[in-house]
Design a protein around this ligand. Structure first.
Ligand code: G4P
Length: 527
């Protein structure tokens, strides 16, 4: 099949949501439609089996959260879907941020009872950085929840994105009877766990059948009157620019609304898009292969102590056994054991195309943000580093292990698990920064389990950091001499200010208009 057709078939997306909105449940139903699994419950069952294979993951199991973001590929109606599962727990949001950089669109999952929650908002802001197209699925309609119009208003107000309901719910909770599909003027009848929804054409958008209670019918007719009366047509180009979110309603647990969601994902969501490299825009249909590493996961299988680097292919075709040019190392290398994942099963990949996500064996040569090509110097430089929010000083329990500590911290920071800083006033002092507080425990645990280094972590009372830059060197020098004890350097040597209160940032910004305080570092991880 020509390259162009292979690429047109692909959809690569991630689901963003607040914990408990139903992401695991929805993922499982999507995989069922893709025939990637045959039994409901497999995702969770396999996940817990997997946990048992790794001590590190054992830690997360004890904490009752999932930190592995898996990459899943499945076919659906002639399309190839790559779904990147993101850990929803707030403690692992940085990993999730990077995931979002590897997709072409995002599905935002919202719990109908809770509306827009904190973690969704945070992740949405990240999507905004790249204007990623966002589709929304309002879940748990089978349970009592907030009125749909109110939910849309909240999305618009809190997230600042326009909405366009593609379907409209008919009732809610015990009175939930289905959805009205606006484009086809049909009603999809709610039935628990049916593979296909029964579809009934409607003469007008108020002519519900007898199964809808009179009160619900009246209410929904009023809402639809309002929507249809506005006369606004769906504007796909606004969705593509990240300005308008198409919205669907359903119940993942009951498998309702999932098929129409998948149908819209293949018809509306963008195929692999051109990607900006520092040198030029790279079109997915460029025949030469290119890609970048957006995630590194160590010890996915404790028995093999392996490290897998996840690569998003940006252009061309990848073939097993091919040599690729590692841009940062300036050398050709064979990409070992290319793997694709289906639920938690792995299989070797013979070929893959732009849009696909491939895991490759990493003997320790990759960093997040690394670019690969067929020889061209390309830098897909768009994975920002986010300012940490929790900080600790590291104290080595056994002084003779400082070499192992450096090695461990180097590797863990390459993986993106932690950011390492050195105090400006005392360069022997290592400060670790993380976005989510639980990462500190994970780093401590992994230093001991994987590098044999026992450390104590002493919290220090900072809650934010900003990277400082100035066009005027004198202004920067003055600030450095005044604020020295709160300043450190990151691994790239960039000056970073640690802050204990958010008001202090405002104070510094007002007093030092010549300085820029950035919440994301421009330094790409792999420079
Ligand atoms: P997460 O990955 O986003 O954290 O959420 P998950 O799928 O684990 O779902 C969280 C809870 O919400 C689960 O219940 C799940 O069954 C429930 N849920 C998901 N979708 C729906 C839905 O459409 N309707 C209803 N009523 N519930 C839904 P749990 O009791 O916490 O877990 P479990 O014992 O069912 O596994």
């Amino acid at each position: 099949m020509p390259l162009r057709d292979e690429i047109k078939k692909r959809r690569t997306f991630a689901i963003i949501s607040h914990p408990d909105a139903g992401k695991t449940t929805l993922t499982e139903k999507l995989l069922l439609y893709g025939k990637a699994i045959t039994m409901a419950g497999s995702v969770k069952a396999k996940r817990s089996k997997k946990f048992a294979t790794s001590d590190w993951m054992e830690l997360e199991k004890q904490r009752g959260i999932s930190v592995t973001s898996s990459v899943m590929k499945f076919p659906y109606r002639g399309h190839e879907i790559n779904l990147i599962d993101t850990p929803g727990h707030q403690d692992f949001s940085e990993d999730t941020y990077r995931t979002v950089s590897a997709v072409d669109s995002v599905l935002m999952l919202i719990d109908a009872a809770n509306g827009v929650e904190e973690q969704t908002k945070k992740l949405f802001d990240v999507c905004r950085l790249r204007n990623t197209p966002i589709m929304a699925f309002i879940n748990k309609m089978d349970r009592p929840g907030r009125p749909p119009l109110e939910l849309l208003a909240e999305i618009e107000q809190v997230l600042g994105i326009a909405t366009y309901p593609l379907t409209w719910p008919i009732g809610q909770g015990d009175l939930f009877r289905g959805v009205y599909h606006r484009a086809t003027k049909e009603m999809l009848i709610y039935q628990q766990n049916a593979e296909r929804s029964q579809i009934v054409p409607m003469a007008t958008h108020t002519s519900f059948g007898d199964e809808v209670e009179a009160e619900t019918a009246e209410e929904v007719a009023g809402e639809l009157e309002l929507l249809e009366g506005a006369g606004e047509a769906f504007a796909p180009e606004r969705y593509m620019r990240g300005e308008l979110a198409p919205v669907l309603f359903g119940s993942a647990l009951n498998n309702f609304g999932v098929e129409i969601l998948l149908d819209y994902l293949i018809s509306l969501a963008p195929p692999p898009q051109p990607r900006p490299a520092s040198e030029r825009w790279v079109a997915p249909t460029d025949p030469a292969f290119s890609g970048f590493i957006f995630k590194i996961q160590a010890n996915m299988d404790a028995a093999h102590r392996d490290r897998v680097a996840f690569m998003r292919i940006c252009s061309g075709q990848f073939v097993r056994g091919m040599k690729a040019f590692h841009v940062r190392h300036k050398r050709l290398m064979r990409l070992g054991r290319p793997t694709q994942f289906m639920a938690q099963d792995r299989s070797l990949v013979d070929e893959a195309y732009a849009g696909d996500i491939v895991g490759i064996h990493d003997p320790g040569v990759f960093k997040i943000g690394d670019s690969l090509s067929e020889g061209e110097s390309l830098h897909f430089a768009d994975i920002p580093v986010f300012a940490p929010e929790h900080f600790v000083k590291v104290q080595l329990a056994e002084p003779l292990k400082s070499k192992q500590l450096s090695k461990g911290l180097d590797q863990l920071s390459e993986e993106g698990a932690v950011q390492v800083f050195r105090s400006l006033t005392n360069s022997n002092e290592q400060i670790l920064g993380v976005v989510g507080v639980l990462q500190i425990d994970v780093v401590q645990f992994r230093l001991q389990a994987e590098y044999g280094v026992k450390v104590a972590m002493h919290p220090i009372p900072y809650s934010a950091a900003r990277w400082i830059s100035a066009t005027n060197q004198a202004a920067l020098d003055k600030f450095t001499s005044e604020q020295g004890q709160h300043l450190c350097r990151d691994i790239h040597g960039n000056i970073t200010l640690l802050l204990d209160h958010s008001w202090r940032l405002k104070y510094h910004q007002e007093r030092h208009p010549d300085l820029t305080f950035k919440a994301t570092s421009d330094a790409v991880l792999a420079e």
